[in-house]
Write a protein that binds this ligand. Structure first.
Ligand SMILES: *[C@@H]1O[C@H](CO)[C@@H](O)[C@H](O)[C@H]1NC(C)=O
Ligand SMILES: *[C@@H]1O[C@H](CO)[C@@H](O)[C@H](O)[C@H]1NC(C)=O
Length: 458
């Protein structure tokens, strides 16, 4: 494929490799990119035709049909290619650009939550092919990243309205929390030594139980849920699902579990996990733009209010952090609820891991996000969006990165997301290769900051 170049691509999901200085980038002539070559179909699907239809649907904005007509036409295309979600991986940029087109038109109408949901879903398809800046598809990696970043920062102030103000040292008496991680690296790997020590010191300080898996053999298959890490289908990223399911089934029972990757390090010894749980699950009311009830509301308004401000909304079961590009599941909090047990089973048995979707990159993150966002993002509801009611399933709360996990500088920059700053709870190093000395140095520095703060507390 002449003229087809990538500015950069994703490695282990997160780190973009920039062109090495010196060599000038090849010229971009995307008319040389043959879609039938880029996306050959094993299912007789005509991606070239889809390409024409997508441009046509987008251009309807300028014809008599207007934004609404265009949106419906693009939505129709998206339904067609994502109905069997695994199939959409056959032509990742086609789907990413369809999602991006929708995000643009919803943002244009001021429906920011819906627009962000589409950006986040679209990023699932960027992870396989990288950010293309030279592409016949109507999306540029840079534009998509900026859209994600701007939408996240527009929505944050709204979400903050339902965050319960909580002291960092808050403890709920009798609430049982377990910290769970897998550090199954070689015994002398710095990531394992530093990660396990950091988690141990933090857990001991607050009296949280800690489960550290250091060997694959410690993960027992969960027969009732048909989870078995040796099934040959689930990559190591999925082991956490099996492990957390097992721990949630234990007696005595835990109320919450904090999942933390081995390369995610506690940074603020003074903050409890309880405080984060309280902030993001203490107020069940959804943050929306629908104001308080006023006298003499019409029936339409009342029925919207009944849906958007239900008397007893479901309790929060899952607290995740998203960055500009979607969920990062290196750190999350899960309540021991019926919903959570069911969710873990659906996550493990995701039906998107087949056909062209079988080996897609970051499959643990995309299957999680697909379960939490796909159906709800596709159920358009104009009255709902007009008041910016949440699009994630109601059991999910999205936390600000500083309260759950922010990133080391390189990844923060490449995903236009939050770089760890003093005061942030956890520093995560996604995309930094644990066997590389600069990454090992970063773990050490982070852990030393944590120990220094601990010293200062005492
Ligand atoms: C996943 O990403 C890597 C690195 O960017 C790439 O080499 C690989 O082909 C990708 N996998 C798939 C299934 O596209
Ligand atoms: C709970 O969240 C709602 C919606 O954002 C907000 O209006 C309300 O003030 C919050 N309540 C408390 C106690 O923070």
């Amino acid at each position: 494929m002449v003229g087809h170049w990538k500015l950069s691509h994703w490695i282990r999901c997160w780190v973009l490799q920039f062109l090495v200085a010196g060599a000038p980038p090849p010229q971009c002539d995307y008319s040389m990119v043959e879609i039938s070559e880029e996306c050959p179909s094993a299912y007789n699907f005509d991606w070239q035709l889809y390409h024409e239809q997508l441009y046509f649907a987008r251009s309807m904005v300028f014809s008599g049909d207007g934004a609404r007509g265009s949106q419906e036409a693009v939505m129709h295309l998206l339904r067609e290619v994502t109905r069997h979600f695994w199939f959409a991986f056959e032509c990742p940029l086609a789907v990413a650009s369809t999602y991006f087109s929708l995000a643009q038109s919803f943002a244009f109408q001021g429906r920011l939550r819906r627009a962000l949901a589409f950006i986040h879903m679209g990023f699932i398809f960027v992870r396989d092919k990288g950010f293309n800046e030279c592409t016949p598809w109507p999306v540029q990696g840079w534009d998509m990243l900026l859209a994600g970043r701007n939408l996240v920062s527009s929505i944050r102030p709204l979400d903050d309205q339902s965050v319960m103000p909580t002291m960092p040292q808050f403890r709920l008496p009798n609430q049982r929390v377990a910290i769970v991680s897998i550090c199954a690296y070689g015994e002398t790997e710095p990531v394992r030594i530093i990660g396990t020590e950091n988690h141990q010191v933090y857990a001991e300080l607050h009296g949280y139980d800690l489960y550290q898996v250091t060997e694959k053999s410690q993960i027992k298959a969960n027969l009732a849920s048909q989870m078995d890490i040796n099934d040959g289908r689930h990559k190591p990223f999925f082991w956490k699902v099996n492990v957390v399911k097992n721990i949630l089934e234990q007696t005595p029972r835990y109320d919450w579990v904090l999942w933390i990757d081995c390369d995610a390090l506690f940074m603020d010894p003074g903050r409890t996990i309880d405080s984060v749980i309280q902030m993001y699950s203490g107020n069940n009311t959804w943050a929306t733009k629908l104001g308080p009830r006023s006298f003499g509301e019409d029936l339409k308004m009342q029925s919207l209010r009944d849906r958007v401000q239900p008397l007893s909304p479901p309790e929060v079961s899952l607290i995740v952090a998203t960055d500009s590009s979607g969920i990062n599941n290196g750190v999350w909090l899960m309540r021991n609820s019926a919903w959570s047990h069911d969710f873990l089973v659906r996550w493990w048995h995701s039906d998107i891991l087949q056909g062209p979707g079988e080996n897609h990159n970051c499959s643990d993150q995309s299957t999680m996000q697909h379960q939490l966002l796909y159906d709800s993002s596709m159920s358009l509801d104009d009255a709902w969006d007009a008041v910016e009611a949440p699009v994630w399933v109601p059991e999910v709360r999205v936390a600000a990165q500083e309260h759950l996990q922010s990133f080391h500088a390189a990844t923060a920059a490449t995903v236009a997301s939050r770089e760890w700053q003093d005061g942030d709870f956890i520093k995560h190093h996604p995309g930094c290769h644990y066997y590389k000395p600069p990454c090992q140095q970063l773990y050490l520095e982070a852990h030393q900051i944590f120990l220094g703060k601990l010293q200062a507390m005492r």
